[in-house]
Structure formats: C-alpha cells, structure tokens
Design a protein around this ligand. Structure first.
Ligand SMILES: *[C@@H]1O[C@H](CO)[C@@H](O)[C@H](O)[C@H]1NC(C)=O
Ligand SMILES: *[C@@H]1O[C@H](CO)[C@@H](O)[C@H](O)[C@H]1NC(C)=O
Ligand SMILES: *[C@@H]1O[C@H](CO)[C@@H](O)[C@H](O)[C@H]1NC(C)=O
Ligand SMILES: *[C@@H]1O[C@H](CO)[C@@H](O)[C@H](O)[C@H]1NC(C)=O
Ligand SMILES: *[C@@H]1O[C@H](CO)[C@@H](O)[C@H](O)[C@H]1NC(C)=O
Ligand SMILES: *[C@@H]1O[C@H](CO)[C@@H](O)[C@H](O)[C@H]1NC(C)=O
Ligand SMILES: [Zn+2]
Length: 331
C-alpha cells in the first residue's frame, strides 16, 4: 500500500540579532496524518496542503514495510528499520518468553521498543539538542531510558490545535533548542475505518477538516516566525483499502476458536496455535482470499521473519477482505 510523503525544505535563514544556537542548527518537524491514502491528494481538494507542496517537494508515494499497521509503520519511519529489526512487529503483540502482551497506546513497557533506537532518542542524546513530541507512537515511553525532553502522554482527546500549540511553544523556547519534533494526528485513519475510504461524501468532510488543521499548523509556524527556520515533513504511516461485509473470511467456519489465539487482527492476522500443524492445515484451505504462512514460509521480500514476536502462523487477507471469527468483527 502506498502513502504520501510531502517533504518541505526551507533554507535556514540566519537572522541578525537572533540567538546563534537557534539560527544555525538544522531543525526538523515530522508530522504524521494517520492513514492518509496517497490518492486522497488527487481525489480531494487540499488548498493548504497544496500551498505547502508548492513551496517544497512532493514524493508521489512510498512503499510500506510489511505489515502495514499504525504502530509498526510509525516505528519504521523513525528508526529506518524493517519491523523484524525494530521489534514493533504488530499493533498487538505477545512475547512467548516473558508472556507479556502489548496493546497500542496503553502499554508503557519499554521492553517492546528497546530493540531499536528512534531518532528522537538519538537526537536527545546529542550535546545541545533536544527532542519534543506532541505524540507519535512510542514518544511517551522511556525507550533506552529516554523520552523526548518535551512530550505529551498519548491521549486521543487532546485536539490537534492543542498539540500544535505545544509544539510551537517547545520549538520557540528552550535552551538547548528543540532540533527534532514530532506531531501526530489520528485522522483521516479513524474516519477512514468508520466510513470506508471510498465513502466520498463523508471523506470529503473529513479531509477538508484535515486540510484546515494543516492550515492552522502553517499559520502558527508563520506567526511564531518558525516557518523560515525549520524543515517540515508531512507524511503518513499507511494507506487504506475499502472493505465490505460481503468480503469476510470467517475463521469459525474453518476451525474452533479454542485451538488458537488471535494475537493481532485483520488484514494481516497473527495466530498463536495450540498445535501448529493442526491449525495450519485447517487454515491453509480456509479461504481463497487469504494466504496462510508458517513463520518460516513468509516471503523474504517482506523482511518479516527474524523476530521472536512474529507469531508461528500469519494470515494475509487479499486487499479489501477482512479476517473475522464470524460475521461480527473480532473485538
Ligand atoms: C554546546 O553549547 C555550549 C554552550 O553554548 C557550547 O560551549 C558548546 O561548544 C556546545 N557544544 C557543541 C557540541 O556544539
Ligand atoms: C505521563 O504519564 C506517566 C504515568 O502516568 C507520568 O509519570 C508522567 O509524568 C506523564 N508525563 C507527562 C509529560 O505528562
Ligand atoms: C456519513 O456516514 C453516515 C453513516 O454511514 C451516514 O449516516 C451519513 O449520512 C454520512 N454523511 C455524509 C455527509 O455522507
Ligand atoms: C516565543 O518566545 C518569545 C520569548 O522567548 C515570546 O516572546 C513569544 O511570545 C513566543 N512566541 C510563541 C508563539 O510562543
Ligand atoms: C498436532 O496435530 C497433528 C495433525 O493433526 C497431529 O498428528 C499431532 O499428533 C498433534 N500433536 C499434538 C502434540 O497434539
Ligand atoms: C459470533 O460470535 C459471537 C461471539 O464472539 C457469538 O456470540 C455469536 O453467536 C456468533 N455468531 C454466529 C452466527 O455463530
Ligand atoms: Zn495508521
């Protein structure tokens, strides 16, 4: 699946009379709008985002790492690593050795994150540089005993504008300066899931709102005079496919639920079987719209093998199909 990556570069302006540390150090603000499908940019109007692009560089799309989910993909962006190497291999995880389970946004155990070092930690470790985060998966966790100097605990209840105001204040004030910052917003992913990305009427409204937020961010950066002093990347973690209740893969029709644990859900589901051979054989022929891999069979090009958190059986639904227990989606 593809995503949009808009890269905006503004030369660093040296202002006379300014604080020399602030003016001479390159600074980057990394922004993610969750689930911003690449073709939204062509199908909908984004006056503010288009202004932003005109001033910078647009990358038409990038190729996701496997699997395409919020937590793994966001951690790949900030570590440069495949999921098998950075350790956040799914949105929901189980570690057999420690019996620990991971749920996104609620789990605070650094154990899950410490297999890699994200860029905000590396930056924070440099002399005279600090990091700031108005959310991004992992930024409120003490990864290698380090959080960004300024950060917010994750809460979906905090509005985008409040996140922007915090980021602006942190970028503006602070010595040593904030040289790397992240900003995260749950849309258009949340509405894409709710309505389906091809519900044009609802998505028009949602994407108009996203564009307004981008306008707010740009305006705040300009009025605080940060606009000329920082580089900004606006990107996303993954795209989204239209699903349908007519395209369900019902596991209950193939195997009893008590024969396995569903660790991570559709469209790439992670299965912990009681008996690997038994479960694999039953799932293998469950649906022509689902591929079933033993861990060791996962194609090399997915780079999704070398991690003990990858479960013994992985199910991959065809695009547009959903893996469920029965017609009710798994909770
Ligand atoms: C860090 O800042 C201090 C004080 O401004 C300065 O003396 C020192 O050279 C800086 N170190 C680096 C690596 O820039
Ligand atoms: C985040 O939450 C933890 C645990 O509740 C708390 O110790 C910490 O101070 C909070 N951090 C911020 C920046 O609010
Ligand atoms: C958005 O979706 C909801 C639920 O599917 C529907 O009731 C509503 O009419 C839609 N709104 C628009 C503007 O299409
Ligand atoms: C930036 O900081 C200066 C003082 O260092 C302050 O006067 C100004 O109001 C701040 N601007 C914003 C947008 O926070
Ligand atoms: C696992 O399932 C296979 C195939 O159904 C069966 O032959 C084998 O005895 C089972 N192993 C255990 C430990 O139950
Ligand atoms: C689907 O599963 C739920 C429990 O998750 C159960 O209550 C319901 O009866 C099942 N429906 C069918 C048709 O089997
Ligand atoms: Zn996402």
């Amino acid at each position: 699946m593809h995503l949009i990556l808009v890269f905006f570069f503004h030369g660093i302006i040296h202002c006379s009379g300014g604080n020399s540390v602030y003016e001479s150090v390159p600074r980057l603000l990394l922004v993610s709008f969750d689930g911003f499908r690449a073709d939204y940019l062509k199908k909908y109007e984004f006056p503010n985002l288009q202004d932003f692009i005109k001033d910078g560089v647009l990358v038409e799309h990038v190729t996701n790492v496997f699997i395409t989910k919020t937590f793994p993909n966001h951690y790949s962006i900030v570590t440069g690593l495949y999921e098998e190497s950075h350790g956040i291999v799914a949105n929901e995880m189980f570690d057999a050795a420690t019996k620990k389970t991971f749920s996104p946004f609620s789990d605070r155990d650094p154990f899950w994150w410490n297999e890699a070092v994200p860029i905000w930690v590396t930056n924070q470790w440099q002399e005279n540089k600090t990091s700031a985060s108005a959310m991004w998966p992992g930024t409120d966790i003490k990864i290698h005993n380090t959080t960004p100097h300024f950060y917010m605990n994750y809460s979906s209840a905090v509005h985008f504008n409040k996140r922007v105001e915090n980021i602006i204040a942190w970028l503006n004030h602070s010595n040593p300066p904030v040289t790397f910052a992240t900003l995260y917003w749950e849309e258009p992913d949340a509405s894409g899931h709710k309505y389906g990305p091809e519900d044009t009427k609802n998505m028009t409204k949602v994407l108009k709102e996203v564009d307004k937020l981008i306008g707010f961010l740009i305006e705040k950066l300009k009025t605080s005079k940060l606009w000329e002093k920082i580089n900004i990347i606006i990107t996303s973690d993954h795209g989204m496919a239209q699903c349908s209740t007519d395209r369900l893969i019902k596991l209950d029709e193939c195997i009893d639920r008590d024969k396995y644990k569903l660790i991570d859900k559709s469209p790439v589901a992670a299965i912990l079987p009681n008996n690997e051979t038994y479960v694999y054989n039953l799932l293998k022929n469950c649906s022509p719209h689902m591929k079933v891999y033993l861990k060791e069979e996962i194609p090399d090009q997915y780079h999704y093998h070398h991690n003990k958190r990858i479960q013994p059986i992985i199910l991959v639904a065809d695009e547009g199909w959903t893996i469920v227990h029965n017609e009710s989606l798994p909770k």
